[in-house]
Design a protein around this ligand. Structure first.
Ligand code: NAD
Ligand code: SIB
Length: 413
């Protein structure tokens, strides 16, 4: 539909929609940040650059922080949001429709802005500052990390003796991974696949590779919508859990034949690679909800055939040995590159963790190393969310408590 609105106005309206549905960021987070701790703090926000991320950046800026914003993936930066942030006076180093080369330049521009703190996703800016801008890296005071893969990378940096500042793993907060990784990725991955393909979920045979929080959420939603779900796992406990959750579990060789949708959620590389391609049926949909653009090894697929076409927007079809294999969103995160990303309500929680994480990094004198946010803060975020939904919390009375102290001091009554 034609619109006479400018990009700035479109971006502003999108950010306003997020604000309207973000009670925790607008309430508890703003109140906490109003103590002035963030005044003058130089914070780089490097997360998928769309309206929810933009809103977080404005909350930090409103609290007095100096903010630079960059996208965490070249395919998820939204033009109108960039324009709206710039119109508000924030520094934005990313542009939409870039490729990996332009994205690398954008991250280096964010590094050269010399942040003291980073709200990072996948540790993308942290790693690059360590490698390419060692002097600026030495000036970093703290990092708060969004996701599972970035958390693993921070632990690896610490183990290598290359983490001279405090890093908070927002992903480890219960208010993050229990809701964002599980429910949000579950909902939005299927939402994006169905929108891109216009296909049917009930009765589909959906194979999920990796049964962590993300894989669990996807399998949960797919099953609830009538799909026949299968799981491929390398971790025996998680494979057992998938089995008890009611999914069929087995090796890729057993689970991929007959699957109509294959969704990768491992956080690793090439979960669907050369050996898995051999097991795929004609007309299968391949989607990535994990971390790397190469969870589905699109490069190898491209090397197997010259017969490749854009079948629909966001669908690349590779014809390999008389089978059509449809890759969604070029193998990038399907829920963000091919959809609208996580629901606002969930990012209200995730970004509350990130915003308060930044505040905690600035105000608490944390030793260098990897930390999680205090449990009391995690609880307070959940309590604020419950309150915004009008849900009351129960409190245990003293007579409901276990009598363990009495066992230790003498015989219980
Ligand atoms: N798309 C999104 O919006 C979104 C949201 C949250 C997290 N993530 C990303 O999704 C990925 C998964 O996150 P998580 O929290 O579920 O992580 P996790 O570590 O809890 O789970 C990953 C699972 O994959 C399994 N696995 C690893 N390699 C495998 C392989 N080759 N075959 C089969 N199983 C394999 C692991 O054993 C593990 O159980 C991470 O990269 C995370 O950063 C994406
Ligand atoms: N940096 C990698 C993959 C990590 S994205 C995974 C993270 O994205 C976050 N995420 C999901 N949807 C959105 C969104 O709409 N806006 C901002 N971040 C999002 C979510 O919190 C999750 O931990 C890449 O871009 O390929």
């Amino acid at each position: 539909m034609a619109t006479d609105k400018s990009d700035v106005e479109i971006g502003q309206a999108q950010i306003e929609w997020v604000s309207r549905h973000s009670p925790v960021l607008n309430g508890f987070v703003r109140e906490t940040l109003s103590d002035g701790a963030l005044k003058g703090a130089r914070i780089a926000v490097v997360v998928h650059l769309e309206a929810k991320t933009a809103f977080l950046a404005t909350v930090l800026a409103d609290a007095g922080a100096e903010v630079v914003v960059a996208g965490s993936n070249p395919r998820t930066t939204r033009g109108p949001v960039v324009e709206a942030l710039k119109a508000r006076g924030l520094t934005v180093v990313s542009a939409p429709d870039g490729d990996h080369a332009s994205w690398e330049r954008e991250l280096l521009a964010a590094a050269d802005w010399a942040p003291h703190y980073i709200i990072d996703d996948g540790a993308e800016l942290t790693l690059r500052m360590g490698k390419f801008r060692p002097k600026l890296y030495a000036n970093l005071k703290g990092v708060s990390e969004e996701t599972t893969t970035g958390t693993a990378r921070l632990h690896a940096l610490r183990a290598a003796g290359k983490l001279p500042f405090a890093a908070l793993t927002a992903n480890d907060a219960r208010c993050k991974h229990l809701f964002d990784n599980r429910y949000a990725t579950g909902q939005t991955t299927l939402q994006a696949i169905l929108r891109l393909t216009n296909r049917q979920i009930a009765g589909a045979r959906v194979a999920v590779i990796g049964y962590g929080y993300v894989g669990r959420g996807i399998a949960l939603y797919a099953k609830a919508m009538g799909a026949h779900t299968r799981v491929v796992e390398t971790d025996p406990v998680r494979a057992l859990e998938a089995h008890m959750d009611g999914h069929k579990v087995g090796t890729a060789a057993d689970m991929l034949p007959g699957a109509t949708m294959v969704i990768a959620a491992t956080g690793g590389m090439r979960a669907v690679g050369m050996s898995e391609f051999a097991h795929l049926d004609h007309d299968v949909l391949l989607a990535n909800a994990g971390h790397h653009d190469l969870e589905i090894d699109v490069d190898v697929l491209a090397g197997l055939t010259n017969d490749r076409k854009e079948t629909r927007p966001g669908i690349t079809t590779f014809r390999v040995q008389e089978r059509d294999l449809h890759v969604l969103s070029g193998g990038a995160l399907v829920n963000i590159a091919g959809g609208s990303g996580h629901p606002v309500e969930i990012m209200d929680l995730t970004f509350a963790v990130q915003g308060l994480g930044a505040h905690h990094l600035v105000s608490a004198k944390l030793a260098p190393g990897v930390h999680i946010i205090p449990k009391a803060l995690d609880d307070a975020i959940a309590a604020a969310k419950l309150k915004s939904m009008g849900i009351s919390l129960s409190e245990a009375r003293s007579e409901q408590e276990d009598d363990i102290a009495q066992w230790i001091e003498g015989m219980p009554k």
